[in-house]
Design a protein around this ligand. Structure first.
Ligand code: ZN
Length: 188
């Protein structure tokens, strides 16, 4: 039997991992299940699974292969949450409603990534491509995708891209990240 419950938005607590499996539209963080999307909680007591039935479609503007810009809002073990602010396309449409994309560790770059924090920091501005419009799953694998604006973790100075790495002109630190070849270009 499936019980449809409350309306939730991304980040809302929906159940405990010891009681339910993490179904569509949810994620498990330290034993608690949260919603990744806006929708209605479906609690399936036969399958012991909680999933979210989306009720608000992603903005119709977003399509597969669209290039989007956003700010890294949250870093988890295997993915990061990006607050999207702009869609880049032929008409350069703005996203009217704030929305979130998910960048999984496997979509960050070609090759092995140990942890997402090796490639991105909180509040980095990134350029990414939509690989699944329904779940707003993003990729930064292509050369022109990745961080386009970053501040130094030490002194908060805006960093420069030098040979694919980020260099702080103030404290001379270097950070290795998934830097876009368009770093500093097309900033929001
Ligand atoms: Zn610095």
């Amino acid at each position: 039997m499936t019980v449809s419950k409350d309306l939730v938005i991304p980040g809302d607590f929906v159940g405990y991992a010891e009681e339910y499996l993490s179904g569509y539209g949810t994620y498990d963080n330290e034993g608690k299940l949260y919603s990744l999307i806006t929708g209605i909680v479906n609690q399936n007591d036969d399958e012991r699974e909680i999933s979210i039935k989306p009720i608000i479609e992603t903005p119709p503007e977003i399509k597969k292969d669209d290039v989007v810009y956003g700010r890294v809002a949250d870093l988890r073990n295997n993915f990061l949450v990006v607050n999207l602010s702009k869609v880049s396309s032929s008409s350069d449409r703005e996203i009217v409603r704030a929305d979130r994309g998910i960048l999984h560790i496997s979509n960050i770059k070609r090759g092995y990534v140990n942890q997402v924090s090796d490639e991105f920091n909180h509040n980095d501005i990134i350029k990414a491509k939509v690989v699944d419009k329904d779940t707003v799953t993003l990729s930064t694998e292509d050369e022109n995708l990745g961080v386009i604006i970053a501040k130094c973790q030490n002194c908060k100075t805006r960093m420069d891209a030098v040979n694919g790495k980020l260099h702080c002109p103030q404290c001379k630190r270097t950070e290795t990240k998934k830097v876009s070849s368009d770093y500093g270009i097309g900033a929001i």
